[in-house]
Design a protein around this ligand. Sequence first.
Ligand SMILES: Cc1cc2nc3c(=O)[nH]c(=O)nc-3n(C[C@H](O)[C@H](O)[C@H](O)COP(=O)(O)OP(=O)(O)OC[C@H]3O[C@@H](n4cnc5c(N)ncnc54)[C@H](O)[C@@H]3O)c2cc1C
Length: 550
Amino acid sequence: AAAPAPADYLIVGGGTAGLVLANRLSEDPKVHVLVLEGGGDGLGNVNISDFRRVGAAWGTDIDWQFPTQPLKYANNRTLTPGPRGKVLGGSSAINGDVFDRGDAREYDQWEVLGNTGWNFNSLFPAGQKSEHFYPPPADSDIEYVLSHHGTTGNVATSYSRNAPPIHDAIISSVANSGGFKSSDLEGGNATGIAHVTNARLPSNDTRATSATAYYFPYSYRPNFQVILHATATRILWSSTDEENAVASGIEYVDQSGVTRTASGKTVVLSAGTWGSPPILERSGVGNATYLSSLGIKSVVDLPGVGENLSEQTLVPMQWQLNSSLPLGDVTPFLLNVESVQTTVGPANLATAESLLNAPPPNLSPALYDAHKRLYQNHTTWVEDYIAVSTPAEGPSVLVMYPVNLHPLSKGSVHIVSSNGLEYPKIEYNFFQNPFDLFLMAAGCARAQKIASTPPLSDWIVAPIAPAANVNTIDALQDYVRSNAAYTNHIIGTALMAPRQDGGVVDPHLKVYGTKNVYVVDASVIPIEPAAHLQGTVYAFAEHAATLFKQ
Ligand SMILES: Cc1cc2nc3c(=O)[nH]c(=O)nc-3n(C[C@H](O)[C@H](O)[C@H](O)COP(=O)(O)OP(=O)(O)OC[C@H]3O[C@@H](n4cnc5c(N)ncnc54)[C@H](O)[C@@H]3O)c2cc1C
């Protein structure tokens, strides 16, 4: 068969960011956009549309299921393969469907790192452009601030139904123990406890994905083309002149295993934090010494490719409640977001500071300085996901998941051979930096304090996990080492930063040393938001599209 027609923009990955960019660029009918997506369209798959089935898609054929290395600093445990959406919509089709934003001070650090124009003032309106917020029904007890949301964008967002009465007790106990209540976390001040929004269309209770929001309603556009079941393996070059490499297209493998090519004037990688760096490396863009050990000729020596993998960790905690709470089928959950200072409290502050100030292994000085500024500004750093679950029989259970939003430990993703279909080697390196472990333990102690503060304490019979006697920082560190897991909020492996700071792309998202290769996905994000990631990915991709159109 003939190769597809050359495109103005050839985008690898029809995921969260890729489809936003493809949609915005194809608004101009003269611009031909071609997307290569490794998965199928996902139409009719209830594990995507029905958000009540969160998790049901993991481990199925719409999940890449990336194997990861044992956690060297957490008892050598191997976590279940990291889920990533392999379907139109990408990870937005299989995620937990929470849709929220981080703190203005976090987004502003993107710019301080050297990324001119990337700050809260650009990302907040871009996020609003992506969002169509549906307020809760008039009789709902959930608070919100309309101006913190977008109301005419593509991605439907809404709250779950009414909150169970224990939510008032949880909010009061947070406030009574040193935290405070927020009316709505989404307007740039992400500190406090509030209900969280989800990417859902309330009228028919279906999940909004980047495919339902940015592709299916626009698939009639003749200039917005998608090839499904097309797994990109490497970039094709028309010139590999040093520091001026020019891409001509992409090599990909189709559903029957046949190798094909697609050509494009501009090549954009949107294959995700674990998907884009391997394509760069197979194409000769990465650490030249390492690539030569695999027999790959260097095109651009860019040691930052695949480094700086950052992932927020979480640890589950549970308490037995004294009654069975009727929750209905759609229950909301709460987020409590705090600074390091609030979480660790005065008794542990000196220890936290000395650990934070110890020179971190494996973290670029520029990123380290950004983290220290977040600390000094009392910016959001620790989050609790708080929910209640009610089993078929017996009393309800309170669940809190402390999360380290800004881990200092960084991992990596690298190819292990030039084979385009072989999975890369992924190291999370959780807790390589002792500060991260200490902070997670302090986060557990803080959750224990919230649970033991009235009025929430009146609802609680006893802790389930960790047990009541696991209540010192040392014991809680052991608990964290044995139980911490991923949040699926991976970033950083094609870092947007100056080249000398380990950067892979410049503020226009162009890969250093190339003329026409870009990365537009979560891999370029330099600092995690105090939030789940997709709201930031949508905002990032909207802003990226604006830059491309200029
Ligand atoms: C299980 C899970 C739960 C999560 N829960 C939440 C949540 O509740 N709230 C939240 O805000 N965020 C959540 N996230 C995070 C959020 O969904 C992701 O950060 C975001 O979707 C990433 O967007 P992306 O565009 O970078 O990558 P993706 O959306 O993953 O897109 C990458 C796309 O590229 C395709 N691709 C990859 N490699 C190739 C290749 N070689 N050739 C062709 N195509 C390729 C993939 O199939 C995919 O479509 C979760 C993520 C996961 C995985």
